[in-house]
Each structure stands twice: as structure tokens, then as C-alpha cells.
Design a protein around this ligand. Sequence first.
Ligand SMILES: [Zn+2]
Ligand SMILES: [Zn+2]
Ligand SMILES: [Zn+2]
Length: 129
Amino acid sequence: MRWTPQRRLILDVIEATDGHVTGAELVDRCRAQDPETTPSTVYRTLRVLEELGVVQHAHGADGREEFHIRPAEAHGHLHCSSCGESWEISPADAAATVREFRDRLGFEIDLSHLSVGGRCARCRAVAGA
Ligand SMILES: [Zn+2]
Ligand SMILES: [Zn+2]
Ligand SMILES: [Zn+2]
């Protein structure tokens, strides 16, 4: 693939990002630097970068795609429905569940697509539950 200035800009924006970012946020950040950027260019470039292993997508609580920059390892996500925060589920956290599903159902869980909704410790404490 040829690195056109547009794609170069998208890569720069991604490199400057920490952790998770939605496609829409990336479009906004690219547009702040180059108003000509179209969402389709951003999403096309994200697909290519995912094939190259530079980014990996997961899904937020609402199913919307979130992108990770160079994920160190596959991980899942916990989403709190009260405060909207999210946390990572490490392979170690999920090991027992992954093993259980594989042994009992023959189902291999893709950790990068494990998103669990619920309530976090802080919100549960506030609610007194
Ligand atoms: Zn997906
Ligand atoms: Zn919470
Ligand atoms: Zn994550």
C-alpha cells in the first residue's frame, strides 16, 4: 500500500493516541489537522492497519468499534453501564472462562471480542449494593 499524505496523517494521529479510540474520534482528530479527511478514508486505512497488526478493533458496550493501538496482548473489556468507564480483561482474568467454554461447549472465545456489561465496584459502592 502506498502511504499517501492522508494515510500518513491518519497513522500519525493513531500513533499519538493512547489506549482505546473510536473511529469517530479518529475522524475528528484527523479533521482537526486536515479538514479534507473523509470518514471512508479513515475507516479504509484502519482496515489496512489492522491487517498489518498496527491496530486491533474491539466493540464497546453499544457494539460500536473501538480501536487499540498496538495491543500488547488480546484482551476483553468490562463496561460499566452506570458511569460508562471500561476496563480490560486480561488473558489471566479470562483463563477459567475460556477453558470452561472450550471444554464444555467446544467454543473457542476470541478474547478481543469479549465485552461484558455490568456495574463497576465504585458504582456498586455508591448504590450501596
Ligand atoms: Zn468486531
Ligand atoms: Zn461504574
Ligand atoms: Zn482494550
